[in-house]
Design a protein around this ligand. Structure first.
Ligand code: NAG
Ligand code: NAG
Ligand code: NAG
Ligand code: NAG
Ligand code: NAG
Ligand code: NAG
Length: 481
């Protein structure tokens, strides 16, 4: 236990008062006056004693005459002291807790999650779940973080502090800091986008406020990088390159506090479809603006794009698949077929390609995240290799979700019935490692029929939109400053 300054002060003053010499000398005993007859009592003596008493009295009176002003100043001083003492106490009361709470490791994503687990989220109906510091909810306290561990999130800490009583040796970072929690990783464009997406929604809802920096966490561990695609999405959306905070030059044991911080740990969870669509609308609009994409397409033009993969989940026979979709597209007036490999397109090439696409034809994979860059109401045709239905878990549905959230039409999935044989029963989990890297074959009849149906539907709705003239508007983006 540390001794509080108040306690030591009190101790000091007690010592002081006990040091005051007694006014009556110890040697003086009134009784001796009567008993000791040898004491030579005289008027001269009494005058001297009287004078001494008067001098002593006066000596005591002089400082006490100045006492009132001194009382005043000492009261002020005491007030100052108690304020600084209270601040000092608050400073010491800042309690750091581990960013990753191991008590919730089995329910890491539920409720308050295991990230900053003592904190509640703010959640307005249909909107993002977030934490804002300082805020009424935080009673005006700001967020402080300590430690930059990249391997174990339970070695990094968070705390709340009042701005006038930040913990000792704290660095205050100005502006708005976005603190992002990602359960997966920032290199995968789907998982990365899911984590940063709610910040875009918050930005729209809060006067288009821009972040000064990002602090990226995965399981409470600090992350330094995100995929180039994601950093460009954010650069386009927030009109500035992404500034990822790494706390360089700040000692591990020294805290960093943020003037303003927004924390997200639930991705787009809690947002209504409407809010999600508005948010995707903004990112799409800003990305097109960033890439100087002009959207002056003819009303009845149909763009069909084959976004191909190499390696896992690529088509076994690219040429045959291209040929099928080429001939089907050619059967429609004003249909253009584009073929691209996602791995050799720049970000802006992807934005431009998607802006001209009404039907995206692509195997299951992260490249499908690009779909929200198409105009609203565009179509997606997805392809899976053998074995994914039973074994791949809910992850296989993410592109149906993003289609719904961004206002697209997921036109179903083709699931290849043929593929590598698995030596275990088909629904044995061990088969997934074989199926995971599988390639996708083609069924000529099925592909043609499916393509024809989707093309027909798109053509019909294009004509409808053209006649009622309610096509995508080309006015500015929601958050153009
Ligand atoms: C915070 O509380 C004050 C006083 O109760 C209120 O005026 C203000 O609008 C609140 N701010 C927010 C963001 O809710
Ligand atoms: C603040 O930093 C100084 C210098 O690094 C150090 O001596 C001191 O102990 C620190 N104070 C606290 C409360 O950590
Ligand atoms: C878009 O156009 C502006 C101005 O013409 C230019 O400065 C910028 O580099 C262009 N951006 C891209 C991605 O081509
Ligand atoms: C794109 O990638 C594919 C497959 O990796 C390759 O065959 C093709 O030449 C590349 N195209 C360009 C323009 O680099
Ligand atoms: C999208 O399609 C729906 C019906 O399928 C239609 O009501 C809506 O207006 C369309 N939106 C746009 C932007 O074309
Ligand atoms: C190809 O698709 C058609 C139409 O769905 C189906 O009848 C046929 O059995 C499929 N062929 C193979 C080899 O799977």
């Amino acid at each position: 236990m540390e001794k509080s300054p108040q306690a030591s002060e009190r101790h000091h003053s007690t010592l002081h008062s006990s040091n005051i010499p007694p006014l009556i000398p110890k040697s003086y005993n009134p009784k001796t006056k009567h008993n000791n007859l040898s004491f030579n009592y005289s008027p001269k003596h009494s005058i001297i004693i009287l004078l001494i008493c008067l001098t002593i009295f006066l000596l005591f009176q002089i400082p006490s005459l100045e006492y009132p002003p001194e009382i005043k100043s000492s009261i002020v001083k005491k007030d100052d002291e108690s304020t600084t003492t209270a601040e000092e106490k608050l400073r010491h009361a800042v309690t750091f807790l581990p960013l990753k709470d191991l008590r919730y490791s089995s329910t890491a994503l539920q409720g308050h999650t295991w990230f900053m687990s003592s904190m509640y989220d703010t959640h307005d109906e249909g909107d993002v779940q977030y934490q804002k510091f300082p805020s009424n909810e935080s009673k005006g306290r700001v967020l402080c973080i300590k430690g930059h561990d990249t391997h174990d999130g339970s070695w990094n800490y968070y705390a709340l502090a009042w701005p006038n009583a930040l913990p000792h040796n704290a660095t205050l970072m100005k502006g708005v800091t976005f603190v992002s929690y990602n359960h997966y990783n920032y290199d995968n464009i789907w998982h990365g986008l899911s984590a940063v997406f709610p910040f875009v929604a918050w930005h729209m809802k809060n006067g288009c406020k821009l972040p000064s920096r990002w602090v990226l966490y995965h399981w409470g561990e600090l992350r330094a990088k995100m995929s180039l695609w994601l950093s460009l999405v954010l650069q386009a959306t927030f009109d500035a390159p992404v500034n990822i905070e790494l706390f360089e030059g700040i000692e591990d044991e020294n805290p960093v506090c943020f003037e303003e911080a927004v924390v997200m740990r639930h991705n787009e969870g809690g947002m209504s479809r409407q809010r999600r669509m508005e948010t995707y609308d903004l990112i799409r609009c800003k990305a097109r603006m960033f890439c100087n994409v002009s959207v002056d397409r003819k009303a009845d033009e149909i763009g069909m794009t084959l976004l191909m993969r190499t390696g896992a989940r690529s088509f076994k026979n690219d040429a045959a698949v291209i040929d099928i979709f080429k001939t089907e597209c050619d059967n429609f007036k004003n249909c253009d077929l584009f073929v691209a490999y996602s791995n050799n397109l720049t970000f802006c090439e992807q934005v431009e390609l998607m802006s001209a696409t009404d039907i995206l034809v692509s195997p299951h994979g992260a490249q499908l995240t690009n779909m929200f860059l198409m105009d609203r109401n565009s179509s997606i045709m997805e392809f899976f290799p053998k074995g994914w239905l039973k074994l791949a878990g809910v992850g296989q549905y993410v592109y149906q979700w993003i289609a719904s959230w961004s206002g697209m039409k997921h036109q179903g999935a083709y699931r290849d019935p043929n593929g590598e044989p698995c030596p275990y029963p088909e629904d044995d989990r061990r088969c997934m490692s074989i199926f995971k890297g599988g390639k996708i074959g083609h069924n000529d009849t099925y592909f043609r029929e499916w393509a024809r149906n989707v093309l027909n539907e798109v053509q019909t709705s294009k004509i409808e939109v053209a006649t009622t003239n309610k096509g995508p508007t080309t006015s500015g983006c929601a958050c153009t400053l």
